[in-house]
Every structure is written in structure tokens, then in C-alpha cells.
Design a protein around this ligand. Sequence first.
Ligand code: ZN
Length: 369
Amino acid sequence: MRKSTIVTALTALITFSGTANAEDHSETKKSQPKLVVAISVDQFSADLFSEYRSSFTGGLKRLANGVVFPSGYQSHAATETCPGHATIMTGVHSGRAGIIANNWIDLSIERDDKTVYCAEDERIEGTSFGDITAPMQGDYVASAWHLLVPTLGERLQKISPKSRNVAVAGKDRSALMMGGKGVDDVYWWKGKGFATLKGRNISPSLTALNKSIGEKIDRARPAYATPAHCASRSAKIMHGDGKSVGDYAFQRPDGAARIFRLSPDFDHAVIAAATAMFDELKLGRGEATDILSIGLSATDYIGHAFGTEGLEMCIQMSELDRSLGEFFDILDGTGVDYTVMLTADHGGLDLPERMSLQGMPSAERVDAN
Ligand SMILES: [Zn+2]
């Protein structure tokens, strides 16, 4: 189990409205947007946003030119992915939302394994959460039933039943906590493609996307080019387990699908899935305001594996910026009146090996393994 990264509760909240009639501010103010795009970038701390803010040229630059709350933070204790995402679309603290951590122990449940995963339904016979250090490995049925309060999408549906509430994310807990129990369409990454709730079918556009990703995910991919502002970050750092990080640009050999999640490719896939749902469901083009929640998880996986200050994170920030810019261009191209909100579930710290080189000599791993 990796224990090197101490999670902090720093998140920035940034928003903008991208509309066909954006010049007419009085009209925009009066009218409700037809689509709210709520983006969570996992482990995207306010520090990370501030550090790279001047280098953004794409979607994040556009967001940074909107309304920015640069010192936001999550105020609950267990700043993990599930409680963090449970606050974003509900507006309540994680405890009130019923999501106190990613995993907890409930001695009252009937199965032998008393560990409960936040986004499972342990009432279903035959399930187990499995190894708490590997939450994606459990034999569980993904569900939002632990979420005790409604999300924005569910609230909107009460007012306007024709409003659609859609969530797509790299992690099931991100998608389910942002969408809530009443989510209309929900997808998350599972192994080699996008999955949905038990008993539901994968939509035609996501089926096609899964096929196209499946055809290339096991294939070798070249390294990402190093943006000029990232060159100075490329420095090999010896890791606690004897390997090195700091100069890896996500080059993958054949058959390395398992490390797909630890690369900007993962966010590109989730944004492709969000785009597919936007197109297929014609979000923002119905009678009521729709919600599209997007959980981008690559920053978190990259932060855990390579730290927050190396070449890897620099490339990831650049790719996230570019990819979001392309996504907003697609939304613009449809003329849909939309608003974007971007925030994070929690932050992260750099690897202790690099932190000690950068002026924190006391930084060390709790567990060398
Ligand atoms: Zn997270």
C-alpha cells in the first residue's frame, strides 16, 4: 500500500459561462443555462492550479478568466475521493451526506467482510468489498445508495422532470456521488472500458467508444512531447521502492493496459465519454436545464504514482488544459447555452523524496513499502 502521499483539503473552484449569446450579459443573466457542466479533477489542489495557472492556454485558461475562488478547501476530516465528491453536487458536508470516507467498517452487516466501500450496495447477497487497499478489485455492486442527500441533478429533476442528470467519471465513486441515486445515465471506467449500473445497458455511443479504446489500449504508445515550460521539471528522483520517477513521459510498451489510468490518456477517454453522452442525449438541447457531471481521475493516479511536482504532473496539467479546451470548443460548436464549474475532491502532496530535495529534509515515507 502506498502511504507516501498525504492528502490535503485544498481545492479551487472556478466557473465560466460559454454561450452563443455571451456578449449579451443582461440576457445571459436573466436566462438559465441549458446545460451545467460540473467537472471534478481528482487531486487538483488549489496549489496545483495556482502553480500552473500562468501556463494554461486552453480550457483551464478560459476557466481562469471566469469566476475563480483560488483558496477553496474541503473542510471535512477524511479528504478522500468519495467524501469529496459527495460534497460537490450536494452542497453539504460529507458527514451529512452519509459518506464519511472511501471505506468504513460496519459490524452490523451480514457478510463476513465488514468493510463497506462508499459506492457499493452491501445489502446485495454474495458481494464483498475485498481488499481495502485496492478498491477497484472488490466484488461489489456499485451504487449511490449510501448517499443520503440529493444532488443538484436530482433537485433539478424535482422542479423540471424533463431535466437530465448524467455523470461520467474515471472512478465509480466519483460518478455516483456526483450523479446521486436518481442519476439518469452514469458511466465509469472499469478495467478496459466504461461500465454502468447493474441491470442497465451501455448506451450505443459508449459501446462504440469502448470498442475503439479496447482496440488500442494494449498497444504501445509513444512518449508525450515535453512542453517547453515542463523541461526544467524533468529530473530523475529515486523512489522509495528503488524505482525512479520524474522523467517519465507516459511512454507505454505493448500489453500495458493496466497503466492506462496513470496517464493523460485516461482523462482523454473520460472526456470522450462525456462528449459521446452530450451528443447522444443532445444535452442542453431539451426543454429543461441538464446536468453533466464529469470526474477526471488521471491527475489523482498520476499524483499518487509520480508526485505532484515532476515532469509527469506538468505534462498532465498541460494535457488536461488542452483536452478541456477541445471539449469546450465542441460545446461552443453546438450553440448550447452552458455553464461550467470545475473543482476538486481533495489535493495532494509531492513525493517525500522530491520534497526533501526541495527544502523539506524531514519529509519521509511512513512505510518504505
Ligand atoms: Zn480523489
